[in-house]
Design a protein. Structure first.
Length: 181
């Protein structure tokens, strides 16, 4: 249902010329992001629900970790950008087309995707370098950084601090921008 709904949003936004505005450009990107986000989690979840063997390979966990965090970070940034777009449209209606032109929108989306990729690669790589302890089974549906840090041995305070700082910039700052707009 999620895939069909998001594909419908993308198709309608692309096919209807009256919807070729920055708001629908960002909505289309949000739908695409949601498709990627869903497909990074749901297949493994469905496999685990339909099987008595609820495991994921290390490579599968690593891939899921990177994709999940790229999409999660990009979604937080995109929601903040969408609130900024609405702020500009409402508070600066006469300057809106100058401020949010197609070139600017593409550049902003590129920055969002690069920010998500940068976060996932940097935080994920640092986390995956931690040594794992004992039984390496995760009682979660998703391979997440906090869960992997919890299962690691040795000094992990630096990883926890880096994750906390990253979460402030990825979750709290966009939330404050959304609320302020």
């Amino acid at each position: 249902m999620t895939l069909m709904g998001n594909i419908a949003i993308i198709l309608v936004s692309k096919l209807d010329p009256s919807l070729h505005s920055p708001m629908y450009f960002f909505l289309t990107n949000l739908s695409f992001l949601d498709i990627c986000y869903t497909t990074s989690i749901v297949p493994q979840m469905l496999f685990n629900l339909g099987s008595s063997k609820k495991t994921i390979s290390y490579v599968g966990c690593v891939l899921q970790l990177y994709f999940f965090h790229i999409m999660g970070a990009a979604e937080c940034f995109l929601l903040a950008l969408m609130s900024f777009d609405r702020y500009v449209a409402i508070c600066r209606p006469l300057h809106y087309t100058l401020i949010m032109n197609q070139c600017v929108c593409i550049q902003l989306m590129s920055i969002i995707w690069l920010s998500g990729i940068t976060y996932a690669i940097s935080e994920g790589t640092v986390t995956l370098q931690l040594p794992l302890c004992g039984v390496n089974k995760l009682d979660h549906l998703v391979c997440e950084i906090p869960v992997l840090i919890k299962t690691a041995c040795g000094k992990k305070e630096a990883n926890e601090l880096a994750l906390s700082v990253a979460c402030i910039f990825i979750v709290a700052v966009p939330l404050c921008l959304i609320l302020a707009s």
